[in-house]
Ligand binder design. Structure first.
Ligand code: GLU
Length: 313
C-alpha cells in the first residue's frame, strides 16, 4: 500500500536472511585477545535478536547463547547511577564524544580526571565508583537490576573472564588511579575496579540484551513488567550519548550510515535502540579495527536499512 511502511518479509525471515548473508561475507576481523579469556570463544558464533515493544522477540542463529557483554554493561551501570545520583553525576563525567580510544589515558590527564562520557572506560569507572559508594553490595544491586530487566534469573558473571580482566586490567587501573589523583574516585580503587570488571564479565544472550533494554525504546517504561526504569529525560540522555559515543571511534560513521543509538562491546555484541519499536542485539566475536563486531555491524546495518529504522529520517 502506498504511503505505508512495506515490510519486505516477516521479521524472522528477514533476520535469517541477513544472518546468512553475514556468514557468507569474506572472513574479516579478529577476536579480542587483550583480555585472554575472551579469545577462547568460538569466532564463528553469529546471532541476532529483535525484541519488539509488544513482547514479540524474533531471533536468528546463535541468539540464545550467552556471551560476554563487556562494554554493553556500561548502559546498565549508567542507568542505575543516573537514577541514584541525579544531575550530580554530570559534575564527574561529561557527555561529549571523546574522539580517542575507549581506554585512552591522555585526554583524562589533560581534562583533569573528568572523563568525556560514561561509555569510555574512564567514564564507566566513575559510574562504578558512584555505585560502589551508594550500595553496600554494588555488584549484587547490579546483577539484580540486570536480571529483573531481562526477566532472566540465570544471568551471571563469567568467573574466568572476571578473573582474566583483573589480571590484565593494568590500563583500567591506571585510569582509575589517575582519576583518584584528581579526586574523581571516592571509594577504594581496587573495589571500584572489581565492580567494573564484574559488570564487564556478565554473560547474556542477544535475547537477554534486547529484552533488558526495551525501556530505552519506550521512554523509560519496561514494557514487559510495566515498571518505570528511568524517566523520559534520562532515556533521552542515554540514547543521545549512545548515538554520539556508543560505537567507539566509529560512532560518527554508525550515526551517518545507520542512525540508531547503539553500544557495542569487545565480546562482539552490538545493541541498537529503535525508539517506539524495540531493541536489536547482534553478536559475533570477530571485531573490526575500531572494536566493533564485523558481522554485528553488517547485520544491524542491513536490518535498519531494510526496515527503514533510523532516528534521523
Ligand atoms: N572489559 C573491557 C575493558 O575494560 C571492556 C571493553 C569494551 O568492551 O569496550 O577493557
Amino acid at each position: 500500500m502506498e504511503g505505508t511502511l512495506q515490510r519486505p518479509k516477516h521479521t524472522a525471515e528477514l533476520l535469517q536472511d541477513i544472518l546468512e548473508r553475514a556468514k557468507a561475507l569474506p572472513e574479516q576481523g579478529k577476536v579480542a585477545d587483550y583480555i585472554p579469556a575472551l579469545a577462547e570463544v568460538n569466532p564463528d558464533y553469529t546471532g541476532i535478536a529483535v525484541a519488539e515493544l509488544d513482547g514479540n522477540v524474533h531471533i536468528a542463529g546463535d541468539a540464545q547463547i550467552p556471551f560476554s557483554i563487556q562494554s554493553i554493561s556500561k548502559i546498565f551501570g549508567l542507568t542505575l547511577a543516573m537514577e541514584r545520583m541525579g544531575d550530580a553525576l554530570w559534575q564527574r563525567v561529561r557527555m561529549e564524544p571523546s574522539g580517542q580510544a575507549f581506554n585512552s589515558i591522555m585526554q583524562l590527564e589533560w581534562e583533569q580526571g573528568i572523563p568525556r562520557n560514561p561509555f569510555i572506560n574512564a567514564g564507566a569507572i566513575v559510574v562504578a565508583d558512584t555505585l560502589v559508594s551508594h550500595y553496600s553490595a554494588s555488584r549484587t544491586a547490579l546483577i539484580q537490576f540486570v536480571r529483573s530487566l531481562a526477566n532472566n534469573p540465570l544471568i551471571h558473571a563469567d568467573e574466568t573472564v572476571w578473573q582474566s580482566e583483573r589480571e590484565h586490567g593494568s590500563r583500567n587501573a591506571a585510569l582509575a588511579y589517575l582519576m583518584k589523583s584528581f579526586n574523581n574516585i571516592e571509594a577504594d580503587v581496587e573495589t571500584v575496579l572489581d565492580h567494573y570488571f564484574y559488570q564487564c564479565s556478565l554473560n547474556m544472550s542477544c535475547v537477554d540484551v534486547a529484552r533488558s533494554l526495551a525501556f530505552l525504546a519506550n521512554r523509560g517504561l519496561q514494557p514487559s513488567s510495566r515498571e518505570i526504569i528511568c524517566d523520559p529525560r534520562s532515556t533521552h540522555r542515554i540514547n543521545a550519548m549512545l548515538s554520539t559515543s556508543g560505537m567507539y571511534d566509529q560512532s560518527g560513521e554508525f550515526a551517518f550510515s545507520v542512525g540508531l543509538p547503539a553500544k557495542s562491546g569487545v565480546g562482539g555484541g552490538l545493541v541498537a535502540v529503535v525508539p517506539d519499536y524495540g531493541v536489536i542485539c547482534a553478536w559475533s566475536p570477530k571485531l573490526n579495527r575500531f572494536g566493533n563486531s564485523c558481522r554485528g555491524m553488517y547485520m544491524v546495518t542491513q536490518l535498519a536499512e531494510e526496515l527503514g529504522l533510523s532516528v534521523y529520517s
